[in-house]
Design a protein around this ligand. Structure first.
Ligand SMILES: NC(=O)c1ccc[n+]([C@@H]2O[C@H](COP(=O)([O-])OP(=O)(O)OC[C@H]3O[C@@H](n4cnc5c(N)ncnc54)[C@H](OP(=O)(O)O)[C@@H]3O)[C@@H](O)[C@H]2O)c1
Length: 258
């Protein structure tokens, strides 16, 4: 059954060439949306578009390139004649080592997970403000809830983007623009392929279904699996030593790309 929340919606989805983004495309199409998909690699995007003729258009771009994102947003808005929902999902990690501390991984992950999202926000907001309607959704992470040793740079970028989008929500209310922050736990994708233990791991199809359902309902926060995310939310209220002891049981032993 089509979800009335997304029937006919004009959607821009970044990071659609693999993992959670790729899995979201059929769910969005099933919900009745038209979807513009972006990433750097065009081959997987073209293959996805070919399986959904007339419903999916390919607009490749590198989200770290502000001008390229602005051009992609213009192409998406011209194609659809406006934009109802931007799902800013493109993201990734970078190797970090406390033994050889460097700002490089921080610059890399903030360039992608923080400024990559803000480039798209900057590019689509004037259209949504002129429409006096719209919905911005960012795929943050449950790692944003608490500092975790092996997610030092990645988690910081997700905490920063969650903060900014949460803060923007009230500022955009006068234009009737909604903001959703999505915080998934561990999902089996190329990003996490080299992680060790991942509690309550979900498949990308399940993650995609839960995200699209939450966005169709315009929830300000979408978080799952609840058996991981509720404890993480509670743990952040505990005194430091207790919090750190519990988090050591959840954090992946290896970082995403080390
Ligand atoms: N997997 C998890 O457990 C998990 C948990 C919480 C949150 N997340 C978040 O979910 C989002 C999707 O991650 P995933 O797990 O599905 O990983 P993934 O399979 O590695 O997908 C990442 C996507 O982002 C795109 N991307 C990366 N760098 C880009 C750039 N510079 N410009 C444009 N697109 C870029 C990739 O496409 P190209 O390489 O073709 O550009 C790909 O489509 C990320 O924001 C991630 O942080 C994942």
């Amino acid at each position: 059954m089509k979800d009335p929340g997304l029937a006919g919606a004009r959607v821009w989805l970044t990071g659609a060439s693999s993992g959670i983004g790729e899995a979201m495309v059929p769910v969005l199409v099933d919900a009745g949306a038209r979807v513009a998909i972006s990433a750097r690699r065009t081959e997987p995007l073209d293959a996805l578009a070919a399986t959904h003729p007339n419903r999916v258009v390919v607009v490749p771009c590198d989200v770290t390139d502000r001008a390229a994102v602005a051009a992609a947003a213009r192409a998406v808005i011209a194609e659809f004649g406006g934009l109802d929902l931007a799902i800013l999902n493109a993201g990734g990690s970078a190797p970090f080592s406390a033994a050889q501390f460097s700002t490089t991984p921080f610059t890399q992950v903030f360039g992608l997970n923080y400024f990559g999202v803000l480039h798209a926000v900057e590019a689509v907001l004037p259209t949504m403000q002129a429409q006096r309607s719209g919905h911005l959704a960012v795929i943050s992470s449950a790692s944003a809830y608490n500092p975790m040793a092996s997610l030092t740079a990645y988690g910081a970028s997700k905490a920063a983007i969650s903060y900014t989008m949460d803060a923007l929500r009230d500022e955009l209310a006068p234009w009737h623009i909604d903001v959703s922050v999505v915080c998934p736990g561990f999902i089996r994708t190329p990003l996490t392929a080299r992680n060790g233990r991942m509690p309550f791991l979900l498949e990308p199809d399940e993650a995609a279904r839960r995200i699209v359902e939450g966005l169709a309902a315009r929830r300000p926060e979408v978080h799952f699996p609840r058996r991981l995310t509720w404890p993480l939310k509670l743990v952040r209220r505990l005194p430091g030593p207790w919090r750190r002891a519990l988090l050591r049981r959840v954090a992946p032993r290896r970082t995403m790309l080390d």
